[in-house]
Design a protein around this ligand. Structure first.
Ligand SMILES: Nc1nc2c(ncn2[C@@H]2O[C@H](COP(=O)(O)OP(=O)(O)OP(=O)(O)O)[C@@H](O)[C@H]2O)c(=O)[nH]1
Length: 595
């Protein structure tokens, strides 16, 4: 295909605004999928995507479009996820394209992820085509949505914006023409040495690592000897091809094109997204730069339920190829054995990884309570980054603790403003700015990441009846008001408990904890006070009743586990970092971790 007849583009939008549905229509109109293969959201084929009805992974598919000018064009379409946790997938995809369709649901208007994705596209210097979707719905507010788009970018005029229904197909043929007219053909030179960007990868049990590539310069042929420039690793290419939408082998790929390379490499660490592929014997002089690695925000321990550590290790390595945005290091826990401490982009990402381990590798994993990274400065001047509560140093040694703060933009209808501000306040958020645009309010806040990393998103949806949307951006590490609560007691199986909580949560938290703890089984036959101590001062105290006559003196694991589980759950709900030194049998510990 002549390079002038290639168009690489992505579809970007807020969650559920119709990207996958539009991708379905495009594949049908270009006859990429036959009548027989048609099914809705064809590209969302992962089990987690079907279960949650959202796109998690970006997908690439090549279509051939017969344009009105009588020529045939190669359209490489990339469908991207819309959830705030998966912005990283969006930026990866956009690095491989020249243009983007910015899709906005006419019944919802511009939302937080519309703005966030628009900005990523702008940063990548892409041509953006504004498209308003779902115009078939009676409650569609086309004019208002149009006005919001013009506010976002003055180039998004009424004349430039397309109106479609991805569901019925209305207006979609016009989108196909506009892609050809507005989005430029890829630049790049087939005569120069091969230079290709790896923008995604996956592990195939039979073929090893398959890299998704976008060729910037040069050509790629079957049997080429290739070199990974960052990894400094060479290999002989096993085969190459395109996605249509399934893998289809080809003899060559050339500058501007998007496709896949079967590397034959088995070591998942060999391939890094963002690396440059070139020819071993005729390498390019410069590699592709500026590719930002993902920044993990939420951390948790993952342990195999059935003690099958080798299987978990293998699965995590392979999954990390397909999702380069999560990080992992081995860790060992007294109670759970070998596992991994993993970093995620957000709580939803954690859930998705957990489900993928189950769906794709048959592995059931235990997850410890999620937490963020704390920067700790010790009195002796040593600095530590702590993302594992077990490693939290003794409070007496600590000079200062800092925690990550983010800037969050919440977009909502004005009716939800009060409820949202209340929610923000209860999560220690500070209002930075508030803008009004018709019925749409955009509130900018500064908030500790630990406060919004877990349940904030679902609480926001709930208080705004589903209408508020959120986008976040990391700000900095700032002083944290953490204090340590020590629970002073003597239990049969629970030796000691200490929690790290925000100062403002101390009173409520400790009252409840101490109250619940009194029901656990004490070792002594005589009453014992349980008390919570903060900085040497008792903040709550409860006298434990004498042991029931026939209770097991050495502790009733079940009853302890229930109470400890309750404790754990409360601590999770409160979203503080938790340090506990519970020594319990494995089975009991498992129950706690699962909560
Ligand atoms: N009535 C109507 N419904 C639509 C239209 N486009 C999409 N939908 C519906 O909107 C819902 C979301 O569509 P998707 O295509 O999954 O949205 P998406 O943007 O890919 O969602 P994520 O991948 O989760 O970000 C589905 O139930 C679609 O059937 C449209 O033009 N009209």
């Amino acid at each position: 295909m002549n390079k002038e007849q290639i168009r690489n583009f992505a579809i970007i939008a807020h969650i559920d605004h119709g990207k996958s549905t539009l991708a379905d229509r495009i594949m049908e109109l270009t006859q990429t999928v036959s009548e027989r293969e048609r099914q809705s959201q064809l590209l969302d084929d992962m089990a987690v995507e079907k279960a949650h009805g959202v796109t998690v992974k970006a997908r690439t598919v090549r279509n051939y479009y017969s344009a009105n000018d009588g020529k045939e064009y190669e359209y490489n379409l990339i469908d991207t996820p819309g959830h705030v946790d998966f912005n990283y997938e969006v930026s990866k995809s956009l690095a491989a394209t020249e243009g983007a369709i910015l899709l906005v649901d006419a019944t919802q208007g511009v939302q937080a992820q519309t703005i966030a994705n628009y900005r990523i596209a702008k940063q990548n210097n892409l041509i953006i085509i504004p498209v308003i979707n779902k115009v078939d719905i009676a409650s569609a507010e086309v004019e208002q949505t149009q006005a919001q788009l013009s506010d976002l970018d003055s180039n998004f005029t009424k004349e430039n914006t397309l109106l479609i229904s991805a569901k019925t197909g209305l207006g979609v043929p016009a989108v196909l023409e506009v892609i050809k007219n507005r989005i430029p053909a890829p630049k790049g030179n087939t005569d120069k040495p091969l230079k290709a960007l790896i923008f995604d990868s996956l592990y195939d049990p039979y073929q090893g690592i398959i890299a998704y590539v976008r060729l910037v310069n040069g050509e790629l042929y079957q049997n080429d000897q290739l070199l990974l420039m960052q990894a400094k690793k060479s290999f002989k290419l096993k085969s190459l091809g395109i996605f249509a939408p399934n893998m289809q082998e080809k003899n060559s790929l050339s500058a501007g094109e998007v496709g896949y390379v079967v590397t034959g490499l088995k070591d998942p660490k060999a391939i890094r997204v963002g690396d440059t592929v070139t020819l071993k014997n005729n390498p390019t002089s410069d590699s592709i730069k500026g590719y930002q690695p993902a920044q993990q925000m939420v951390f948790a321990g993952l342990y195999p339920k059935n003690n099958d550590y080798p299987a978990l290790k293998d699965a995590i390595l392979k999954l990390s190829l397909n999702d380069t945005s999560f990080s992992f290091v081995e860790e060992h826990s007294e109670a759970l054995g070998m596992g991994f401490r993993c970093g995620f982009l957000g709580a939803f990402h954690l859930q998705i990884i957990r489900e993928r381990l189950f769906d794709e590798f048959g592995l059931d994993v235990l997850t410890t309570a999620p937490n963020v990274t704390y920067q700790v400065l010790l009195k002796n001047g040593q600095r530590m980054n702590i993302n594992n509560p077990v490693q939290f140093p003794a409070f007496g040694l600590i000079q200062e603790v800092k925690e990550p703060f983010v800037k969050a933009e919440i977009t909502m209808p004005s009716e939800s403003l009060n409820a949202v501000l209340k929610l923000v306040d209860s999560h220690k958020g500070q209002l930075l700015d508030m803008g009004n645009d018709g019925n749409l309010v955009v509130v900018t806040i500064k908030i500790p990441l630990s406060e919004i990393a877990y349940h904030f998103f679902s609480e926001l949806k709930s208080v705004s009846h589903g209408f508020a949307s959120l986008s976040t951006e990391f700000l900095d590490y700032e002083q944290s008001d953490l204090v340590k609560v020590e629970i002073d007691m003597n239990y049969a199986t629970v030796d000691a408990l200490s929690f790290v909580v925000h100062r403002s949560d101390v009173n409520n938290m400790t009252q409840t904890l101490v109250h619940n703890l009194k029901y656990a089984v004490p070792r002594q036959l005589y009453p014992t006070p349980v008390q919570a101590i903060v900085e040497g001062k008792s903040v709550a105290r409860v006298d434990v009743p004498p042991l029931r006559k026939n209770a097991a003196v050495n502790g009733d694991a079940h009853s302890v586990s229930k109470k400890a589980a309750l404790l754990r759950r409360q601590s999770i709900n409160k979203r503080q970092s938790v340090k506990n030194e519970i020594k319990l049998p494995q089975s009991v510990f498992n129950t706690i971790l699962e909560l």
